[in-house]
Design a protein around this ligand. Structure first.
Ligand SMILES: Cc1cc2nc3c(=O)[nH]c(=O)nc-3n(C[C@H](O)[C@H](O)[C@H](O)COP(=O)(O)O)c2cc1C
Length: 173
């Protein structure tokens, strides 16, 4: 499948089948994340894998955004390792951007393997960091829920195909 076909096929899944993700597929998804670029190759991103019933139940008791996915990847970054262009007098910090490219790579790799995903950030990160005893420098950027789509309810939402027209999206300056 070409990349543009993959991009067209991907959608946010919010209902997963009662089917485990094969370990080798999960490995490949994680490898795609590990190979992602980061600012100055600082690699501040670490991911936490939740797949035991215990971990998933704990997360679901705090956040609805894990849905019923058999695997949730928490994408995190080390605040002490992020890039900031301070010499250019700019207070940008790369943590969320680095985490986003890692998440995107894993999401598209999962799609290529026939898996369904949901990128989620609708939660209180501090609450989850505390519940899972993250060190103070480790920040939770987002979840990537991964599994197989439920054949009845796991399809795209009606909003999925709604995208702004190209002329609004891209303009020459
Ligand atoms: C940064 C980000 C945060 C998101 N957070 C959530 C979330 O907390 N819960 C949820 O159900 N979907 C979440 N989504 C999924 C978006 O709602 C979804 O991508 C968007 O509606 C477009 O639909 P599609 O992914 O099916 O094309 C998030 C997506 C992104 C990129």
């Amino acid at each position: 499948m070409s990349f543009i076909e993959l991009a067209k096929n991907r959608y946010s899944c919010r209902a997963f089948a009662d089917k485990a993700v094969e370990p080798e597929k999960l490995e490949t998804v994680l490898e795609a994340g590990r190979l992602s670029p980061t600012a100055v190759n600082g690699q501040p991103v670490t991911v936490k894998i939740l797949k035991s019933q215990e971990s998933l139940a704990k997360l679901r008791s705090i956040s609805r955004m894990a849905y019923n996915a058999p695997v949730v990847i928490m994408v995190c970054y080390d605040e002490n390792k992020v890039y900031s262009p301070v010499t250019y007098h700019d207070d940008f910090k790369s943590g969320i951007m680095d985490s986003s490219i890692v998440t995107t790579s894993m999401m598209m790799q999962a799609t290529d393997l026939g898996l369904a995903t949901l990128w989620a950030r609708g939660f209180n990160a501090a609450e989850i960091e505390k519940a899972f005893n993250f060190p103070a420098n480790i920040k939770l950027a987002c979840f990537l829920d991964v599994g197989y789509a439920d054949s009845e309810n796991g399809g795209p939402s009606p909003r999925h195909p709604v995208r702004k027209p190209m002329e609004e999206f891209a303009s020459e300056i």
